[in-house]
Design a protein around this ligand. Sequence first.
Ligand code: XBP
Ligand code: MG
Length: 235
Amino acid sequence: MNLKCIIFDVDGTMADTERDGHRVAFNLAFKEKKLDWQWDEELYGELLRVTGGKERLKYYQIGFLKKLLLTDVEIKNMHACKTKHYLRLLKAGKIPLRHGVQRLIKQAKSNNIRLAISTTTTLINVRTLLKNTLGDDAEQLFEIIAAGDIVPYKKPAPDIYNYVLTNLGLKATECITIEDSSSGLTSSVQAGIKTIVTTNSYTENQDFSKAEAIYPNFNQINIQYLNQLIGQNHV
Ligand code: XBP
Ligand code: MG
């Protein structure tokens, strides 16, 4: 069996977006909307338990403030404001790709391996990250960019990975996913896809027992290695 497609997660995997990107953008939105909320780095690590920005805003109120202060419409508006700030950070070049991501994309292309993206974040965030790190045409490197609210249930549900597989017309056994978090891993593995984890400081202590392999970076991840993995039995 040959590898047909690599599916990338975005936040935490392709780029370290959470601490200095999403978190900062949330705080700027709170300030703009005159709310005295402040998500420090530690608290944000706990809030990452829930994927999706709107879902995270709700979880913070229920789980930490113990009362729901914002209506669903206010959450939506707050999230739109956060996206505006996040896009500004991306356009200012504040968030680079992780070392090795560009090299792996190039290797995949020269080996005729297809590429896809499966992410919980908002579509415009992915488009802007790609454009600002890999250039104007970077979006075209990926056959499918599945993002945000395109499916009813976000990671750890398998919906977003199933959506990608259906649209690629590939079997799970023909693909490999690269993820950074336990919720992303659960989502991918539930869809039947072999998954490699590249950890970051927010995720390094999570449970990755269902991963094919766990690495702190992309140094050892190349096409030859991924092709070997696809031929082996599942863990
Ligand atoms: C990413 C997320 C996202 C971002 C915020 O998870 O959890 O919620 O933090 O994006 P994953 P939005 O890497 O597993 O896809 O605010 O645009 O939802
Ligand atoms: Mg992630």
